[in-house]
Ligand binder design. Structure first.
Ligand code: DLL
Length: 432
């Protein structure tokens, strides 16, 4: 099922032509209205009127989070504030917040892109959609909301938090689709178990999750516990919010909204494009945004593009689930470590729960990683021998995957902090 078959299944050649035309008008737009880009184009001798082929993309300047901060709040807007009808902002947990704006048209495009990912998961106007993303400056709540209304679903704008109430409403209002972060979906599943609620008594069929990295094992656990089909959905406020990429029912990679954005994958050190299919940093150029167009935005997210066509019939290419962020990468004892590598190993081990935290400390001159992982109650209380075995297995596997030794501590279920939004997986106590 498609929401927008014409654009989702467009022949690649036509798509390339559409992208080129849209890029040309975006370049004209930013060169005319955004002093930052005008200056950059001048420095790099880019002639926005002379842009003839997508292969010239690499001649364009990058935009970074720092550029957005330097132009806080409205410096990169390409329309007067009078034409801006919505403003969102990134959480700003790592430094100053950044501000993004939308025109009426931008909001229409956004709702359509959300309608696409909802439809790709299976949501229709017969569904009751519970949106447990925060409503506010975060793009998750409002972004998903207008797309769900666009599909014609019955939308429950419950926002995040208040787990018991979420469950009560899910039961009473017969929610069929849940939308939240994957870690919060697990919090809900655990809480239901605790309350003795049999999930098969619920009406839930689908879950659209996103906003943070998660693994295939976590998907399986959510699907099993809630009895649903769970898709991965990616986006970022600087580009739009959710809707930038999302999975179809094949659940094997996220279709990129290539008619509205250009995607590149680069080597974050050399800044050159990687070879097709290689892992690198995702770089995105907006093609249709009016209020806040961005050229070659460095997302810091690591992924690879899947070139093979998807059996679902969409011609939009897919990206692999995000493997981590370049700035999440921990350099410990000189070795690059991504939380996703650790998560992957933990979830393969029986008795562990998908709740973990990676604590990095510095003792003297030496870095030390301790992985705290929750284990099921029976193991935590009864079986010392089993505990030792699990610790040894995790240590051995992590050492062979990462090439460095780590400490492992098993903790009781529910000891690690839960979040109703994005989970905090890494605690870096080093003063670097
Ligand atoms: O998290 C937008 C969003 C909301 C996407 C709801 C999907 C669902 P930001 O708060 O700006 O926007 O955070 C963006 O979150 O650069 C990634 O590092 C991470 N992220 C988002 N979705 C995924 C995902 C929203 N599906 C940052 N998998 C991005 C992995 C994700 N990481």
């Amino acid at each position: 099922m498609y929401w927008d078959e014409k654009n989702e299944c467009m022949p690649r050649e036509d798509l390339g032509q559409l992208q080129l035309e849209r890029l040309q008008s975006t370049l004209y737009r930013v060169a005319t209205h955004v002093p930052f880009y005008r200056q950059k184009f001048k420095e790099l001798k880019v002639d926005p009127d002379g842009f003839r082929s997508l292969s010239e993309l690499t001649s364009l300047p990058f935009t970074t989070k720092q550029d957005l901060r330097d132009n806080y709040p409205y410096g990169l807007f390409a329309v007067p504030l009078r034409d801006v009808v919505r403003v969102h902002s990134s959480s700003g947990t790592t430094g100053q917040a950044t501000v993004v704006g939308y025109t009426q048209n931008d909001l229409k495009t956004w709702a359509n892109l959300i309608a696409r990912i909802l439809t790709a998961t299976g949501v229709t106007n017969d569904d009751v959609v519970q949106i447990a993303f925060g409503y506010g400056l975060f793009t998750g709540g409002f972004g998903m909301h207008y797309g769900a209304e666009r599909v014609g679903a019955s939308v429950i704008p419950i926002s995040s938090g208040n787990t018991k109430r979420q469950i009560q409403i899910m039961q009473d209002f017969r929610t069929t689709a849940l939308i939240c972060t994957p870690s919060y979906a697990l919090v809900l599943a655990d809480a239901m178990q605790e309350l003795g609620i049999n999930t098969s008594s619920l009406s839930l069929k689908y879950g659209l999750f996103g906003g943070e990295p998660w693994s295939e094992a976590m998907r399986q656990e959510i699907q099993n516990k809630l009895g649903i089909i769970a898709t991965d959905n990616y986006g970022l406020s600087e580009i739009m919010g959710p809707g930038v990429a999302g999975e179809c029912r094949e659940c094997s990679g996220l279709h990129l909204a290539e008619d509205h954005f250009l995607f590149e994958v680069i080597n974050p050190e050399t800044l050159d494009p990687v070879r097709p299919g290689e892992i690198g940093e995702l770089v995105i150029t907006t093609l249709t945004k009016e209020a806040f167009p961005v050229i070659r935005y460095r997302t810091r997210d690591l992924t690879r593009i899947i070139e093979e066509p998807c059996p679902c019939g969409r011609t939009l290419r897919r990206m692999q689930r995000v493997l981590g962020r370049t700035d999440d990468m921990l350099i410990v004892k000189g070795v690059n470590v991504y939380p996703s590598q650790i998560e992957h190993i933990l979830f393969e081990i029986e008795g562990t729960r998908p709740h973990y935290q990676i604590v990095v400390e510095r003792e003297g001159r030496l870095d030390k990683i301790t992985v705290l992982v929750e284990v099921v109650e029976s193991i935590f209380f009864d079986e010392m021998k089993k505990q030792r075995e699990i610790i040894e297995t995790i240590k051995r596997q992590l050492a062979s995957e990462l090439g460095i030794g780590v400490e492992v501590k098993l903790v009781e279920e529910k000891t690690l902090e839960r979040s109703d939004g994005k989970a905090k997986r890494v605690v870096d106590k080093r003063k670097l």
